[in-house]
Write a protein that binds this ligand. Structure first.
Ligand code: DGY
Length: 328
């Protein structure tokens, strides 16, 4: 029976499915698996169910001579060295589609919460400062009829555009791929990145993380933004330069930020971004609903079952390996 290793506690439906077919071992903890344990545990593994906290690179692949598939419990797979997987004929998979709306819901929540001072307002109340209705108290930015700028308009970016329709917003987008289908469907407008940054009241990031998107938002880009603008990042932390963001928020170059992802991640509790009232940070929870995390667990397991049964996995990230191996 093939062996599958699961690198964290995850919703049980995925491991349950794996146990129907394989010998399954698991890092039975909510903490990151120590690297030496992972390297030891993969030695006899045919399949690996990994998280975005585990770099899957030559080191892991060298330690795992039997490995045929690595299924990431995430849509993003910047923790994969894809060429290294492909070179060895190991199929990599991710979990797209199942988390799109849940992630867009959270990005939208951050947008609204940052714009309307929800966390400072809550702190104000629990700190006992609420003495009267205040005409100047905790004023924020209007969302309705404002302009939303999307940097990246894949599935989650398109989900943001759909939500924006309910708020009568104008939506601008920049993407390396022009999406005329979405322009027609959602009335969104393509513009170059600088125009999106200059004209938007809200800028929401939806790009994958790769060398080309490292610190895509840094000093120059933040300076282009309106000083009333809100920045939302639910993509990957290093897409934003944290030092530039700190200075822009501190100096009022932009209004506020809502971050699901940070650089570094986790963000230490004494990080200077957390000293700012206009920076709202949550701990990378955009896909964290019960239903969606179960769907991610299921899809990751289905990818492993497929490959180890000689079948085409639902969501490979290196389809050329699937094809080369004739998986159908
Ligand atoms: C992903 O899927 O890439 C998220 O960051 C975690 O759900």
């Amino acid at each position: 029976m093939p062996t599958v290793y699961v690198t964290r506690r995850i919703p049980e439906n995925g491991p349950d499915l794996l146990r129907e077919h394989f010998t399954v071992r698991q890092w039975d903890s909510d903490d990151v698996i120590p690297r030496d344990v992972l390297l030891r545990e993969v030695q006899d593994a045919d399949g690996l169910l990994s998280l975005l906290t585990e770099p899957i690179n030559d080191e892991v692949l060298d330690a795992a001579p039997n490995l045929k598939v690595v299924a990431n419990l995430a849509v993003g797979f910047d923790n994969f060295d894809v060429p290294a997987l492909t070179k060895r004929g190991v199929v990599g998979t991710n979990t797209p589609e199942v988390l799109t709306d849940t992630t867009a819901d959270l990005a939208w929540t951050l947008l609204m919460a940052a714009a309307r001072r929800i966390v400072p307002g809550y702190k104000y109340v629990i700190d006992g400062h609420w003495k009267t209705w205040g005409p100047l108290l905790l004023m924020g930015q209007d969302i309705h009829h404002a302009t939303l700028g999307l940097i990246g308009v894949g599935r989650i970016g398109a989900g943001m555009a759909r939500r924006a329709q309910g708020f009568s917003m104008r939506v601008l987008y920049y993407d390396v791929f022009r999406r005329e289908d979405l322009e027609e469907e959602l009335g969104i407008e393509f513009a170059d990145q600088e125009t999106v940054l200059r004209e938007s009241d809200f800028v929401s990031l939806h790009t994958p993380y790769m060398p080309a998107t490292h610190h895509l938002i840094s000093h120059d880009q933040l300076k282009m933004m309106k000083n009333t603008a809100v920045l939302v990042n639910s993509a990957r932390g290093p897409v934003v330069d944290p030092d530039a963001l700190y200075e822009a928020l501190r100096d009022g170059e932009i209004d506020s930020a809502g971050l699901d992802v940070t650089d570094p991640e986790p963000l230490p509790a004494d990080h200077r971004l957390l000293t700012l009232d206009n920076c709202l940070v949550v701990p990378h929870i955009a896909s964290a609903s019960y239903e969606t995390r179960a769907a991610m667990s299921q899809l990751a397991a289905e990818n492993i079952v497929a490959v180890l049964s000689g079948k085409k996995p639902p969501t490979p990230v290196n389809p050329e390996v699937v094809e080369a191996q004739g998986l159908q």
